[in-house]
Write a protein that binds this ligand. Structure first.
Ligand code: PEP
Ligand code: MN
Length: 337
């Protein structure tokens, strides 16, 4: 339920509404917006309907949240959420690019790639330590050792680090090292994992599943938020279609659609969408033009030798050139990079 307050509602009136919501066994979430202040009430709607909220002083309107997801819905919080770590915040005027190899393959390659993406203007480093591979015989990641290299790269460059979690049993370990915890496309519907991620405060980058709708993605985000962690950044990374020229099909419309449906930030991963290096530039430009809050791009110091996703990884020089172009586009769009 959404309770819209009158523009001049006093603190005492707001507190009174909150008490009534709590007395009905529901949880209130106050959101002071630029235009208006609203209270979202989450819980048993039937119990709340018995409370005559609309006649309480300071209340303007009471309406149900029509969407299946509640806390991530725009109605619940009309102003965009700005989410991140340190000064790497997504959803505000400033755009951020997270760049780095698909997987952490070793110390030297990670440090070298990190220094180069930092010099080009990335603000966070990506790198998988736990890799979800289609084949059980493919490189599975360096796990704890990989996380330690990421921490070392953060020390050396000042870049924040983003890495994927695959199993709730690794949460304590990943939470210790990562600044951004990534949930990969294959785990978008791992609901046990999503609920566990509600127990930490770290920002979660939630990638859209291979055949998930925008609604499915928002419901997965709702799992994390409803479990206690409001810090979710959505990521469009392409979906499976009949098209096979590209690895996946970047659903560019999902970006403005999500901006309409939700207050959460949305970033785009052109690398897994395209599967090919030559398309990273146009897809990155399109993503920013469509309103994305940032990008997640694979960059490898030596893609020919990469243990995974080399063909879609930019070389550091290509990444630097792209960043120049993105900066110009950001300025045109009234944003900063
Ligand atoms: C990744 O970003 O490393 C990755 C595995 O991507 P996705 O989950 O989108 O396939
Ligand atoms: Mn990859």
């Amino acid at each position: 339920m959404i309770i819209v307050l009158k523009p001049g509602a006093t603190q005492a009136e707001i507190d009174h509404v909150i008490e009534k919501i709590q007395a009905a066994g529901c949880t209130p979430h106050l959101s002071r917006g630029v235009e208006r202040t609203i209270i979202g009430a989450i819980g048993d709607e039937a119990a709340l309907r018995l409370v005559p909220l609309e006649i309480l002083p300071g209340v303007d309107q009471v309406m149900p949240i029509q969407k299946p997801y509640k806390m991530v819905a725009r109605e619940f919080k009309p102003d965009p959420s700005v989410i991140g770590a340190g000064d790497v915040l997504f959803g505000g005027k400033r755009l951020h690019v997270i760049a780095g190899p698909c997987a952490v393959e070793g110390r030297e390659m990670l440090l070298e790639t990190a220094r180069k993406v930092k010099a080009a203007g990335a603000t966070a480093l990506r790198g998988g330590a736990f890799k979800p591979r289609t084949s059980p015989y493919a490189f599975q990641g360096l796990e704890g050792e990989g996380l330690r290299y990421l921490a070392e790269a953060r020390e050396a460059t000042g870049l924040l680090v983003c890495t994927e979690i695959m199993d709730p049993r690794d949460l304590e370990l990943v939470d210790r090292y990562a600044d951004f915890i990534q949930v990969g496309a294959r785990n978008m519907s791992n609901f046990r994992l999503l609920k566990e991620l509600g127990t930490v405060r770290k920002p979660i980058i939630l990638k859209r599943g291979l055949s998930a709708t925008v609604k499915d993605l928002l419901l997965s985000a709702e799992y994390i938020v409803a479990s206690g962690n409001p810090n979710v950044i959505l990521c469009e990374r392409g979906i499976r279609t009949f098209e096979d020229y590209t690895r996946n099909t970047l659903d560019i419309a999902a970006v403005p659609a999500i901006k309409t449906l939700s207050h959460l930030p949305i970033i785009v991963d052109p690398s897994h969408a395209a599967g090919r290096r030559d398309l990273i530039r146009p897809l990155s430009l399109a993503a920013l033009a469509a309103g994305a809050d940032g990008l997640l791009i694979e960059v490898h110091n030596n893609p020919e030798e990469a243990s995974c996703d080399g063909p879609q990884s930019l070389r550091p020089e290509g990444f630097a050139t792209l960043m120049e172009e993105l900066r110009r586009l950001a300025a045109f769009l009234g944003r900063e990079l």
